[in-house]
Design a protein around this ligand. Structure first.
Ligand code: C5P
Length: 229
């Protein structure tokens, strides 16, 4: 079975409040998108890439793509629509049992070691799974008025990170079914869960953060710097 990488990079990143989508902001002198692709390529250089880009995107530069075999897919309204478009773009060349890793462009700090361990953990897995990190903070649920309603147990709770990797056939079916049944899908695993399968949790580093808010850019820069020491 082949290995595919799908990188949704069609978001507008409005929560950043920047003048351009966050994947094009500089991170240690290189665009976030270029950093993310560098990490993926360092770990998995022979995989095939599908990059989801906004059809109106004017910032993308193909010289940032180190992969020999890559294609682009038109991003959709939501992340899940972008991933579905990517699966359609690879469908002519993908087999049902090919492994597809979906990785947010906004996670440039994923390490080579986590990527290699994830692929190894999923190699013989008929379903697939995701990088995840145990929740460290005490979890509170609000009561709707700005006060604590309850303290939730963090036992057995994980942060869902990316990449998330699933067999092509299963992932495509799960995403289409989730959409048609109106299930809210914020990651690939939730769609796979909704069709009754149990994704494998692969413990990953907590510094695989997603750049979402303005302060995250500085954190990501520190993480990249620290990882290179
Ligand atoms: O905005 P957020 O950080 O949740 O987006 C997660 C990922 O999904 C990002 O890599 C973003 O570029 C991507 N995305 C996309 N198409 C959309 C919305 C988000 O490819 N319509």
């Amino acid at each position: 079975a082949r290995l595919w990488l799908v990188v949704p990079a069609a978001g507008q990143g409005r929560r950043m409040g920047a003048d351009r989508p966050k994947q094009y902001l500089p991170l240690g002198g290189r665009p976030v998108l270029a950093r993310t692709l560098e990490r993926l390529f360092a770990a998995l250089p022979t995989s095939r890439l599908c990059l989801c880009l906004d059809p109106e995107d004017s910032y993308f530069d193909s010289s940032w793509v180190p992969f020999a075999d890559w294609r682009r897919a038109p991003g959709g309204g939501e992340r899940v629509d972008s991933v579905i478009a990517a699966l359609a773009a690879i469908a002519p060349d993908a087999a049902d049992d090919d492994l597809v890793l979906v990785h947010d462009v906004a996670r440039p700090c994923v390490t080579v070691d986590d990527l290699v361990r994830l692929v190894a953990a999923l190699a013989e897995d008929p379903v697939g799974g995701l990088l995840a990190a145990p929740v460290a903070d005490t979890m509170k649920r609000d009561d709707g008025t700005g006060r604590v309603g309850a303290t939730e147990s963090r036992e057995g709770l994980w942060h869902a990170l990316t990449p998330q990797g699933f067999r092509f056939g299963l992932l495509r079916r799960a995403l289409h079914e989730a959409l048609s049944r109106g299930v809210r899908v914020t990651d690939e695993a939730s769609a796979v869960e909704a069709v009754g399968q149990s994704p494998r949790l692969v413990a990953g580093r907590r510094d695989n953060l997603k750049i979402t808010h303005p302060e995250d850019l500085a954190l990501a820069e520190l993480v990249l710097f620290a990882q290179q020491q």
